[in-house]
Ligand binder design. Sequence first.
Ligand code: CTP
Length: 415
Amino acid sequence: MLQDKKIIVGITAGIAAYKAAILVRALVKKGAQVQVILTEKAKKFVTPLTLATLSKRPALSALANEADGTWHNHVELGLWADLMLVAPATANTLAKMANGQADSLLLTTYLSARCPVVVAPAMDLDMYAHPSTRENLRRLAAFGNIVLEAPAGELASGLVGQGRMMEPEDIVAALERVLGRGRELEGLRALVNAGPTHEAIDPVRFIGNHSSGKMGLAIARELAERGAQVCLVAGPIALRLEHPRVERVDVVSAREMLQACLDRWPGMDCAILSAAVADYRPAEVAPRKIKRDGEALRLELVPNPDIAAEMGKAKRPGQILAGFALETNDELRNAQAKLQRKGLDFIVLNSLAEPGAGFAHDTNRVTLVDALRPPVPFPLKTKDQVAADIVDHLALRLGRAGNMPDPGSVQQAAD
Ligand code: CTP
């Protein structure tokens, strides 16, 4: 995937810059042509000589070459690159990128780049959590840049928390995903629902569940990054997703979610239903806060509509409808029954029994159960990677997969 790809590696002045040397080496070993651009202050952490030796090209930092009076053409650099990575990206550089500042070769090149831009932030945990840093990262994501969120762990300061730069091998894997990702879904209209629903008991209480919406947001992002126009119908979740091709519709209850989905479904080519919809709601919503009177409180619950089944009924030929199934027993049989009952084309089967999978985890292990082919089990992966697998399968079902291998046929061959 990286063979002959032209990659700009921007390095800024954080202690994680020492890992950038390992990163450059890994990219070169994979056949990439790497052009390093450092900020002046980054040179205090890692030397241009090290980076030039590893990348086999001079490592640039100044706008002009004082020695021979020439200038380093940021426009040409920006057009040359197939991908620009900034790793580590400090809070300062992120702020400048988010605000269009152009006082270094790295920043002018960023503003000139037409290729995908990936940032791997690294800083201390409080800087990373600061609202201004969060806002800058959101702005960069809204420009269409890809943010590799810093994982939690031990930091150079000795503190423990989120802020360490993603490990070089994980950054390389992320770049392979970005470069391997086509624009095969350009023009596709996709609906994704995500998160829980809250069913009111009274004005202050509700019935809900632990769904974080992470999986659905990862799917929405993946679809948008491959060119689809996405409508994200989100239940009450704290997570945000900024992307120029994602329109978000916020809902609270299952009935609101049903309405939002059904209203938009006729104009869509496909839908992925990842929401953890509450199956029941209180028969009555008390108009005032229910007072505690020491007696047992009985709530009568009535069934909620099944959004997937309603969309399945309204499906027109050519539309692809996919759902999720969370099962604890007889997983495949139950998933296949759900597929039929709800009129789905494929279902992503989750097992709660799997360590590291399910609610609030960053990882998931799924099996794709498709009406037209044998089930395809996947290993434990990050939710972003699972989202990529699901979208690969969707692209295949929509006849937009290009020359991607068919996971079903690979599986059959392995059988
Ligand atoms: N779903 C839905 N509306 C509901 C319940 C579920 O649209 N009221 C969707 C989910 O978004 C998911 C799929 O149906 O895509 C399966 O959800 P799941 O909770 O596994 O199935 P249920 O139909 O609720 O069946 P059960 O809880 O009995 O397993």
